[in-house]
Design a protein around this ligand. Structure first.
Ligand code: 13P
Ligand code: SF4
Length: 306
């Protein structure tokens, strides 16, 4: 096996040679985050993808994220180093199912979490991420909203949004595994600790949180919090930067289940191989791309919640 430093050097050299930028989601393996040009949550990475001048975008994340980059920047080559890195939540609603739900609710706008396929986005009015979901819902003129596909994010938004909301019954298998008992145990073992979680956690877990936010929101929260110990309710990849940026603080993962197998697929060797061969290019058919882009562009005009 090649050592990490020589692989990292090869990836950086290939990026330069190909005029490429490497984006990595906050859940990626440590060595991938360490090598990337930009790390961030899904909102920050879609913005970076649309603003970058590079010819090639290497998206270290899951399929819907690379697809969003291809939708926003059709003139760029978007590479997903592991084509098998999907998001089970995004697969929980199909275009046919969404069409049936829309027929039941004429005139009700559809808010699609970015964790959806391009074809589902194309049937939606506006997208959102966990970083702007409340603002996106409140930005709509209608007083009713149908949100897809995450029941947990939708429930969380419904607690503060000024709209009547209905939603699809999807969920993230990784966040769903975190149980309130595990959070209560971590709290009991760490008196004085605060608990921050992602809105993809179940309502019973969200109720226990001192703060609920996107993955990048967690970095801002960790820096600003006076607490020395922070219990973190999201995927374990978040710990890499949390620890690096806050060496004086202690971060606790309350469950061993907080691992997204899809986010962990991408190794540095996959990044190097895809750049060497310029393979694993993600593209979206033009008829779908135009509709999906309209929903993403509308979202990008709305400010972050936190
Ligand atoms: P963020 O939008 O917070 O990056 O989360 C994406 C995701 O897939 C969470 O599971
Ligand atoms: Fe999808 Fe959950 Fe993995 Fe995020 S953590 S990519 S929502 S399966």
């Amino acid at each position: 096996m090649r050592d990490r430093e020589s692989l990292k050097k090869e990836v950086r050299a290939l990026l330069k040679e190909r005029d490429a930028i490497m984006l990595a989601h906050n859940y990626q393996r440590d060595e991938v985050q360490e090598t990337a040009d930009i790390t961030g949550d899904s909102l920050a990475l879609s913005q970076a993808a649309s603003e970058s001048a590079a010819k090639v975008i290497v998206f270290c994340g899951v399929h819907f994220m690379a697809e969003s980059a291809a939708i926003l920047s059709p003139q760029k080559t978007v590479i997903l180093p592991r084509m098998d890195a999907g998001c089970p939540m995004a697969d929980m609603i199909t275009p046919e199912e969404l069409i049936r739900e829309k027929e039941k609710r004429p005139g009700t706008p559809v808010v699609a979490y970015v964790n959806t396929s391009a074809a589902v986005k194309a049937l939606s009015d506006i997208c959102c991420t966990s970083a702007n979901a409340v603002s996106v819902v409140n930005s709509l003129a209608e007083d009713r909203v149908y949100m897809i596909p995450d029941r947990n994010l939708s429930h969380y938004v419904s607690l503060s949004a000024k709209k009547k909301m209905e939603w699809w019954d999807g969920f993230c298998p990784t966040h769903e595994k975190l149980k309130p008992e595990e959070v209560l145990k971590a709290k009991a073992e760490n008196p004085g600790a605060v608990f921050v979680c992602h809105p993809e956690c179940s309502p019973a877990v969200v109720r226990l949180a001192d703060h609920v936010c996107s993955t990048s929101g967690m970095y801002r929260y960790a820096k600003s919090s006076a607490a020395k110990t922070i219990i973190v309710g999201t995927e374990m990849g978040i710990l890499y930067r949390l620890k690096k940026e806050n060496p004086d603080k202690n971060f606790i993962l309350p469950s061993r289940s907080l691992v997204c197998p899809n986010m962990k697929l991408t190794a540095l060797e996959d990044v190097a191989e895809s750049l060497r061969e310029m393979k694993n290019v993600v593209s979206v058919p033009e008829d779908i791309r135009a509709g999906a882009k309209a929903a993403l562009d509308r979202m990008l005009k709305v400010p972050r919640d936190f």
